[in-house]
Ligand binder design. Structure first.
Ligand SMILES: O=C(O)C(=O)CO
Length: 348
């Protein structure tokens, strides 16, 4: 009854929500109200829509205006990395807001100090996406080094030539020096998988040394300029922070080998994209494999997508059904624990 009243109120004051919003509840106002940003994978969606302890509001549109309107008066919000959590959203929600849970390990879309200042608890989803992202990173590295983009196109466009000694030749990983920028969970998981490729050297740059993982993986800590100068392959796995924003720009690309391959599966804004395009066009570096861009989605006529030496994926690092379910379940666990005032499994 209350739910239908609330839905009627929303429909009256915000008619465009009629098609895109569902309030899912069976009972009273004493239950905390939770805003779910759009959808979740099937099992976790079933779990949250049947969770008896909450009153669920689900947005299915992508408009910010709608999201702000739906956030009004809620106690918890489950977001994705696509929703900016800033003062505007926190103001729209109001002072009763207790918890924001993001279905992502990265939280550069969240203004953490603003949430802390209002006593809003935050959860994210580390660990559960490490393997999927590391696997994708290796796949993207191979796709870039062995020119999968061009090779996949050739049979379809009639450009498949008779076998010749040099056609469609790429670069082999054997004996190469790989430099990892960022040596956290995902960087280490990538390094573990790289052990299979008979590399020459494994280098890493990170704010602090990680002697345990580095010792196990035979990885050497170097300052970034030396890592860039020595690496045949540079792989970015660090978080986007004020320190890493636009870390890769003309100055850094020009410290790399002209044969270098650059891989980024972290965040698009770690790279000054125009500088990367310039570096790929003028031969400052050889090729790039990107699972992340700035912006996302990248417009389909974007210059980066015209370059043969750029392999661009649409941010699919964690995109396996197992991992997406695990991320969503962890995000729900964080949300429910935060609402209950209990310890959250992964609190930022
Ligand atoms: O969880 C994250 O931060 C992601 O980028 C998902 O792929």
């Amino acid at each position: 009854m209350l739910a239908s009243l609330a839905q009627r109120h929303l429909n009256r004051s915000f008619p465009c929500l009629q098609q895109t919003t569902r309030i899912m509840t069976t009972s009273t106002t004493t239950k905390p109200r939770v805003l779910l940003c759009r959808t979740l994978p099937p099992q976790s969606l079933h779990r949250i829509t049947t969770e008896p302890s909450i009153q669920l509001i689900q947005s299915t549109g992508t408009s910010r205006e709608e999201f702000l309107e739906l956030a009004r008066g809620v106690d918890g919000i489950l977001v994705k990395l696509t929703e900016k959590v800033d003062d505007e959203l926190l103001d729209a929600a109001g002072p009763q807001l207790k918890v924001i849970s993001t279905m992502s390990v990265g939280y550069d879309h969240i203004n953490v100090p603003a949430c802390k200042a209002r006593g809003v608890r935050l959860g994210n989803t580390p660990d559960v996406l490490t393997d999927a992202t590391a696997e994708l990173t290796i796949g993207l590295l191979l796709a870039t080094a062995r020119r999968f983009g061009e090779a996949l196109r050739a049979p379809k466009t009639g450009d498949w030539q008779a076998w010749t000694p040099t056609w469609m030749c790429g670069t082999q990983l054997t004996g190469k020096t790989v430099g990892l920028v960022g040596f956290g969970r995902i960087g280490v998981a990538v390094a573990e998988r790289l052990q299979a490729f008979k590399l020459g050297k494994l280098l890493y740059a990170s704010p602090s040394e990680k002697p345990h993982a580095a010792g196990r993986l035979n990885a050497v800590h170097l300052p970034l300029p030396r890592l860039l100068a020595e690496s045949d392959i540079v792989i970015v796995t660090c978080a986007l922070t004020p320190e890493t924003k636009h870390l890769f720009c003309t100055a850094t690309f020009s410290q790399m080998k002209s044969t270098a391959i650059f891989i980024n599966t972290a965040r698009g804004q770690i790279v000054k994209q125009d500088d990367l395009i310039h570096a790929l066009k003028n031969g400052t570096i050889a090729a790039a494999g990107l699972d992340v861009t700035d912006p996302e989605p990248l417009p389909s006529n974007h210059e980066l997508l015209q370059l043969d030496n750029a392999v661009v994926l649409p941010h699919v690092g964690s995109a396996t059904i197992e991992t997406r379910e695990a991320m969503a379940h962890l995000a729900i666990d964080n949300l429910l624990s935060g609402l209950a005032g209990a310890k959250m499994p992964a609190e930022i």
